[in-house]
Design a binder for this molecule. Structure first.
Ligand code: PLP
Length: 357
């Protein structure tokens, strides 16, 4: 590690020894990373067995999701190569990160999003950061196909997770978990959409073990939404549907890599229903004080589901769940599920009476 953790220099500078960068690589950074690993106070203690549950809360990255880790690398390498424009397909968070980091590097950002299926906060971000934002009459998989065709032919850098530098940057989350715990956890659970993140974590954990920093690697637990679970069924889903829009993907770009990560790590891939996802999404906010977006809750919903089935047995083990994005990304969903606020006149007496004091 090339510099101290304080003041935090961003993931490229801090983990430069582990990343394909040199002194000639510009650091296009918003000081992403160094996110908290938060112990669970409610869900963990309620699980059967003796599990120690932690949340890696990626919602506090500069654009509100883990996508910043990969994007700082992708855009820095694009800047090093002299690129002028970037392009991505996105369910929302990739476009927010691509737009922010491209703007910072003085590049044009072009984003293709599936019309009607991007959460409001994410759309607001892409537009505000100044991306050329194009809503496509199709789903994420259609958008990605178009981006691949266009970036093949024109001088625009593809910054979807097919971009290898995105994967390098995203490995840093696994490094941080190991740095915080002093060892790799026994299990690491993630929501799986395009399957880049589960792959990157696995690669990161293996890097740390190969360098002798950690002794073990975790078993990787991947959870997809039941209506968009191609890795679970083994077949692409042509019309993926789920409230967890960040993982509404029917044909993951990192399919083979993710399957390999799960196999090598002796992990599992399972589906959780929208009902399960939303129940845990609400519970995380109301019982843990952590507001994440619906897709993020899939990791915790999955752990709760397999724990109830006896997957962990009586083992005392550390389980880390990545909470991939911030709850404010999808305010419509939050408000539609929550109770309406109560109403009162501007009088102390009325409010005190309401509260039953
Ligand atoms: C991108 C994203 C995911 C899915 O990650 P993949 O690498 O596509 O599997 C999950 N949650 C959130 C909030 C995301 O932005």
């Amino acid at each position: 590690m090339s510099s101290s953790r304080y003041p935090w220099p961003g993931v490229i500078e801090y983990y430069s020894d582990f990343l394909p960068v040199s002194d000639a690589t510009p650091r296009v950074t918003l000081l992403e990373g160094n996110t908290p690993l938060i112990p669970s106070v409610s869900i963990g203690p309620s699980l059967p067995g003796k599990l120690e549950l932690w949340f890696k809360y990626e919602g506090v990255n500069p654009t509100g999701s883990f996508k910043d880790r990969g994007m700082t690398m992708a855009i820095s390498k694009a800047a090093e190569a002299g690129a002028k424009a970037t392009m991505c397909a996105s369910t929302g968070n990739t476009s927010a990160a691509a737009a922010a980091y491209s703007t910072r590097a003085g590049m044009l950002s072009i984003v293709l999003i599936p019309a009607g299926y991007v959460a409001l906060g994410k759309l607001a971000q892409a537009l505000s950061y100044g991306a050329r934002t194009i809503q496509v009459d199709g789903n994420f998989d259609d958008c990605l196909r178009l981006v691949r065709e266009i970036t093949d032919k024109y001088p625009v850098v593809l910054v979807n997770s097919l971009n290898p530098y995105r994967m390098d940057g995203q490995k840093t989350a696994a490094f941080e978990v190991c740095d915080a715990l002093g060892e790799a956890p026994a299990y690491h659970a993630l929501p799986v959409g395009n399957a880049g993140n589960i792959t990157a974590y696995w690669w990161g954990y293996k890097d740390y073990q190969e360098r002798g920093i950690t002794e073990r690697t975790p078993r990787m637990l991947g959870f997809q939404a039941a209506g968009a679970a191609p890795l679970v069924s083994g077949e692409p889903v042509s019309k993926p549907e789920t409230v967890a829009t960040a993982i509404r993907i029917g044909n993951p770009a990192r399919w083979q890599d993710a399957m390999k990560a799960v196999k090598e790590s002796d992990g599992i891939l399972r589906a959780v229903t929208d009902e399960e996802i939303l129940a845990v999404y609400q519970e995380l906010a109301a019982k843990e004080g952590i507001f994440c977006e619906p897709a993020s809750a899939a990791s915790v919903a999955g752990v709760m589901k397999v724990a109830a089935e006896g997957f962990f047995g009586e083992e005392s083990a550390t389980v880390v769940c990545t909470l991939t994005g911030h709850g404010l990304k999808d305010p419509d969903r939050a408000v539609s599920l929550a109770q309406e606020p109560e109403e009162a006149p501007a009088e102390t007496k009325a409010i005190v009476e309401m509260l039953g004091f």
